[in-house]
Design a protein around this ligand. Structure first.
Ligand code: SAM
Ligand code: SF4
Length: 326
């Protein structure tokens, strides 16, 4: 699928639930978001149908996300079904890692290729402060289980926030000296809506790079294929890699290759724009495959050339990140 700006769209992100077992301050209010009713969420059959058609149209990679995808019952069978689609798309998953130790081996067995684990601190106290829950030990156990299961290379996502965890950037970078992991630093996107950290807490990518350089000379790593939005680096003696994702400050829109499906069945052409196309309504009104494919192609054509956020601006998305999946 090609969009109006010549970009090839071959990556689909599926949010399978809006629920989560953490309450990260930059993502969720303390009481959580009012959960979508059972009927509002797409069933696994509906998600699979959309995935199958998207793959027929050229999608080659599918990410399962949420909310926290591992809290939805039946997730292993769903991943198995995605992996078994005739075109054998690459299936990956993003998780906060809390339940990963329980699921890593089964997910690997059914064909999951890799996991991205989101972790913003290596300090138990701070973990409690950022996520409003306990669990650092379990996440670390999850990382070990994922490695053991061969879900490699492991990617770790950290969102550095000014005055919260920016002093741990070096600690996270140091992990790449011992582990063959890709440790990725994602620019904080201030989503507003009563969440805890305002826009001025965003650490722009150049500041993240400056901090990383304190550990040693950062050597750029050339990117192969569609490496996604991360700019890759390594230190002379590292076994892993560093990724920096300039989500807002960078000019990464020209490389965008993705569509997102929200847990309640809306296709979002752009993470940072509120336009959505209601697939759930079509699915439940008995639309045929042809009609659904037209809707998917319509979403591809609706992808904007780039996001319109002013530098340092608050993202005014109506939908919280938990419903979109990052
Ligand atoms: N619960 C899973 C997790 O945390 O990995 C998957 C969903 S979560 C919404 C996906 C990613 O979005 C996580 O890496 C999280 O850190 C990131 N995220 C959430 N809110 C964000 C924000 N305001 N700015 C930047 N990244 C954010
Ligand atoms: Fe949950 Fe992930 Fe959002 Fe944290 S970032 S509250 S783990 S969905």
């Amino acid at each position: 699928m090609q969009d109006l700006f010549g970009r090839s769209i071959n990556y689909l992100r599926l949010s399978i639930t809006d629920r989560c077992n953490l309450r990260c301050r930059y993502c969720m209010p303390a009481d959580g978001v009012p959960p979508l009713g059972h009927d509002a969420i797409l069933s696994y059959e509906e998600l699979l149908r959309v995935a199958r058609l998207a793959v027929q149209l050229g999608v080659r990679k599918i990410r399962v996300t949420g909310g926290e995808p591992l809290v939805r019952r039946g997730v292993v069978d769903f991943v198995a079904a995605l992996c078994a689609l005739p075109e054998r798309p690459e299936v990956v998953l993003t998780t906060n890692g809390l339940l990963l130790a329980d699921y890593a081996a089964d997910l690997a067995r059914v064909g999951l290729a890799r996991v991205n684990v989101s972790l913003d601190t290596l300090r138990p106290e701070r973990f409690r402060e950022i996520t409003r829950r306990e669990g650092l030990e379990r996440v670390l156990a999850g990382l070990a289980a994922a490695e053991q299961a061969g879900l490699a290379p492991l990617k770790l996502n950290m969102v550095p926030i000014r005055g919260v965890n920016e002093d741990e950037i070096i600690d996270f970078a140091r992990l790449t000296l011992r582990h063959p992991w890709e440790v990725r630093f994602i620019e904080f996107m201030p989503f507003g809506q009563g969440l805890d950290y305002p826009a001025d807490r965003r650490l722009p990518a150049p500041r993240i790079l400056e901090e990383l350089s304190r550990l040693g000379l950062l050597l750029p790593v050339s990117r192969v294929g569609n490496a996604g939005p991360a700019r890759l680096y390594r230190y002379a003696d590292s076994v892993g890699q560093i990724g920096v994702i300039p989500a807002i400050s960078g000019h990464i829109c020209s490389e965008c290759n993705r569509l997102r499906l929200t847990a309640d069945g809306r296709i979002r052409p752009c993470l940072l724009g509120d336009q959505e196309i209601d697939l759930r309504q079509l699915l439940r009104a008995g639309a045929g495959d042809e009609e659904l494919c037209q809707a998917l192609l319509g979403a591809v054509c609706a992808k904007p050339e780039r996001h319109r956020l002013g530098d340092g601006g608050q993202v005014r998305n109506r939908r919280p990140m938990t419903g979109i999946g990052g």
